[in-house]
Ligand binder design. Structure first.
Ligand code: NAD
Length: 270
């Protein structure tokens, strides 16, 4: 069987580098190429420079259209502003699009949904196997522990992260709300300051910490009188997201159009 040709948009970013490494390390995968923006200083240079090895004859470009055309699947950890363009190219090329970028707005979400009518899109706020298992465990806990158990979400990320709460924290909150048949937007509480009054029954509180090079910690607490259940995932390196994304690329290649999640990729759906 021939190796899967995987293109990486935003290949010089923190995650882009991890994806290139994961593809390079996987015998069943091949780097189709990479793009980044001119401002990054990387277009025109060889991908081998990013990987710290000899030149590979793969020159980083700034034209995603060519990359979508020449790849079997595209992995995208860029910025929300890049998402609408990439969505249109995924739809046009029909290539599997693995989207890890978080912080998108409603318009960008609509562009993603539209692309998913034309091609296979795997979108996940967190592509690690462990976090996706955590989401399933949290759903089960939320469904069996009723509103007597107050649900709170704590997340901690490195100081460079620009969006808050993290996409993963929001996914955990959404999972709790769905399991409890609540509207997430009605029960979420993103900040508490000053005289907040008593906690409302059923609300889902978020707490955010930023600092150092913490890759990503998430804890969901279910607290009631005299007892507390805490479910935690700690990411040790960004490699876990990259390996998950590469797994998604293999899974999505040649799948029918649709908007898929890591629960589809990992077979976690009931
Ligand atoms: P980063 O800033 O280090 O990397 C982003 C890269 O994208 C940069 O090199 C930037 O120059 C490039 N870029 C920006 N616009 C582009 C465009 N139009 N075309 C090509 N390249 C472009 O950021 P990061 O830490 O790698 O995170 C990237 C995104 O991935 C963020 O939204 C982050 O929250 C998300 N993320 C998701 C997961 C997950 O598992 N889903 C894990 C980690 C990070």
């Amino acid at each position: 069987m021939s190796a899967l040709n995987v293109g990486v948009v935003g290949c010089a970013g923190r995650m882009g580098r991890e994806i290139l490494t994961a593809i390079n390390d996987a015998p069943d995968s091949h780097i189709a190429g990479g793009t980044d923006i001119a401002k990054s200083g990387w277009p025109g240079r060889d991908i081998g420079e990013i990987l710290g090895c000899n030149p590979m004859g793969l020159i980083i470009g700034d034209d995603p259209e060519t990359l979508f055309t020449t790849s079997d699947a595209i992995v995208d950890f860029t910025t929300p502003q890049a998402v609408a363009d990439h969505a249109a190219l995924a739809a046009k090329s029909g290539k599997a699009w693995i989207l890890g970028t978080t912080g998108t707005d409603a318009g960008q979400d609509a562009a993603i949904a539209k692309a998913a009518t034309q091609t296979a899109v795997v979108r996940a706020a967190n592509m690690s196997v462990g976090v996706n298992l955590l989401v399933e465990l949290v759903k089960k806990a939320a469904a069996s522990l009723d509103n007597e158990f107050d649900a709170e979400i704590l997340e901690f990320h490195h100081k460079h992260k620009v969006d808050a709460p993290s996409g993963t924290a929001l996914a955990l909150g959404g999972a709790i709300a769905t399991a409890r048949e609540q509207e997430h937007k009605q029960v979420k509480v993103f900040s508490r300051y000053g005289n907040t009054g008593k906690r409302r029954v059923g609300e889902i509180g978020y707490a955010v910490m930023r600092g150092g090079n913490v890759v990503g910690d998430h804890t969901v607490v279910f607290a009631t009188e005299d007892e507390r259940v805490e479910l935690t995932h700690r990411a040790g390196s960004r490699g876990i997201f990259a390996r998950g994304a590469l797994r998604a690329a293999h899974w999505a290649h040649n799948k029918p159009p649709g908007l898929y999640g890591m629960d589809d990729v990992l077979g976690l759906k009931n």
